[in-house]
Design a binder for this molecule. Structure first.
Ligand code: NAP
Ligand code: HSE
Length: 443
């Protein structure tokens, strides 16, 4: 009998995710080998610091600090890029693809910034690049979009795509916990990026939104072309104001395409969602993605969006696809090609101008508590036809200062931006206004 073929896996980066992959792959290896009809070997791994203590035991001879040597090693078949960032990770990915290897990645920042180059390299060298772990941690959302929902066009995809931010917002809302201490916990739990500003300023969500928009619409939208706002200016008081109005606050990505005008908008911002909305109830490190397909209708996916185990689960699912590709399994081949844009894109879409992006708004202002202030604010808003729907005023410390929370009727981004500038110039407005969107998704 012929021995089973041996598939050799190189893991670049043995941090939170890399160690999870090493741990769980070691555990499920016998079962996967039986199912796949191959032998699997965790052959080599790279790290930055060889002396760092790790939760998984990796023999010293398998470890290197030279990730490129793994990417180009003829004895490695599949490379997992779990380093993060866009420099070494890009070099490793392109070198592995050029050497004809299959690359599995969790790196949404890399895909967002260099996806076009990476997919072109995969095409050129007949290789494959798999990235299930790059969006929404353990939720198989990439597979859902490119396999389960392949018959659909997607007028609306929205959801919570960052576990760190959802964890922070939940703790602030439920425990009244201060922002800084909760951020520290999220880092300890392995949820946050090495540079946590990517999480809290919304950029990580924007990277993931770009990946989803690409899969759904075959168009790369750079974060600089999106509205990207983070959670770092939200205070415990905003949760109280939102609750008084019947809402919770979530950091959402929204990818909306109007198939009549062919305009696409991709945006990331804290959003007020009705408390009864199922996504508003998704708490802690969990993510939720709502996908409206023109054939299937709306499907909703909820699961752990960050952390070692959930992310390792997604990486290992790609490793299994990679093995099937290595064995030239036809189904896996088709699956992987569906991740690439069509050679000749169908009718392209263009980005929606700001005046076509419409919603209701929540505006918090810190103002002087004196006669005429409300009238000045109402006038500033009326100039751009922004219509006020409700007002809550609360006295604040020190005396003479008030917190003013307004909601608006439907308006558009251009009008709101102009209004914010006008409000910021008023003498009675003491701090930069906080603007949040109200999510009316019709489901
Ligand atoms: P991490 O804990 O910071 O781990 C990074 C690993 O890469 C570490 O082992 C580090 O080595 C190694 N490394 C860094 N620079 C290197 C270099 N120049 N050469 C060789 N090794 C190097 O990061 P992580 O949280 O595992 O994230 C890895 C990737 O997965 C990122 O792209 C991230 O966005 C993505 N991701 C993370 C999660 C999550 O929940 N954490 C979820 C989904 C996706 P040392 O250990 O020696 O420092
Ligand atoms: N920092 C990311 C998050 C990791 O918190 O969602 C998962 O992509």
């Amino acid at each position: 009998m012929n021995p089973l073929p041996l598939i050799r896996i190189g893991v670049c980066g043995l941090g939170t995710v890399g160690q999870g992959v090493w741990k769980h792959l070691t555990r499920v290896r016998p079962d996967l080998e039986l199912r796949l009809g191959v032998k699997l070997e965790l052959t080599r791994a790279s790290v930055r610091d060889l002396r760092k203590r790790r939760a998984v035991r990796v023999p010293g001879k398998k470890l290197t600090t030279d990730s490129l040597s793994i990417a180009t090693d003829p004895n490695i078949d599949i490379v997992c890029e779990l380093i993060g960032g866009t420099t070494v990770a890009r070099e490793v990915t392109l070198a592995a693809l050029a050497a004809g290897k299959i690359v599995v990645s969790a790196n949404k920042a890399l895909i967002c910034q260099h996806g076009a180059e990476i997919f072109a390299a995969a095409r050129r060298h007949g290789g494959h690049f798999l990235f299930e772990a790059s969006v929404a941690g353990g939720i198989p959302i990439i597979k859902a979009l490119r396999e389960g929902l392949v018959a659909n066009r997607f007028p609306l995809i929205y959801g919570i795509l960052n576990g760190t931010c959802n964890y922070i917002l939940t703790q602030m809302e439920e425990q009244d916990a201060p922002y800084a201490s909760v951020l520290g916990e999220a880092k300890q739990l392995g949820y946050a990026e090495a540079d946590e500003s990517l999480d809290v300023e919304g950029w990580d969500t924007a990277h993931k939104a770009a990946v989803l928009a690409f899969l759904a619409h075959h168009t790369w939208v750079a974060p600089e072309q999106m509205i990207v706002e983070g959670i770092d200016r939200i205070t415990p008081d905003d949760f109280k104001h939102a609750a008084a109005l019947g809402y919770g606050i979530k950091l959402l990505a929204v990818i909306a395409r109007d198939f009549t005008t062919d305009e696409l908008s991709v945006r990331v911002h804290p959003t007020l969602l009705p408390e009864s909305h199922v996504v508003a109830k998704v708490s802690g490190v969990f993510n939720a993605v709502s996908v409206r397909g023109d054939v299937a209708g709306t499907t909703l996916y909820i699961g752990r969006g960050a952390g070692q185990d959930a992310t390792a689960s997604a990486v290992i699912s790609d490793l299994v696809d990679a093995v099937a590709l290595w064995k030239n399994d036809r189904r896996a081949f088709i699956t992987a090609r569906k991740a690439l844009p069509p050679e000749r894109p169908a009718r392209g879409c263009r980005l929606a101008p700001a005046e076509h992006i419409r919603c209701r708004y929540y505006l918090r202002l810190t103002v002087r508590d004196e006669p005429g202030v409300l009238a000045q604010i109402a006038t500033a808003m009326a100039v751009r036809q922004v219509s006020i729907a409700s007002v809550i005023q609360r006295a604040q410390e020190p005396a003479g200062v008030a917190s003013l929370v307004l909601t608006t009727h439907q308006s558009d981004e251009r009008a709101m931006r102009a209004t914010l500038v006008r409000l910021g110039r008023l003498r009675c407005v003491l701090e930069r206004p906080l603007l949040l969107r109200i999510g009316d998704f019709g489901d």
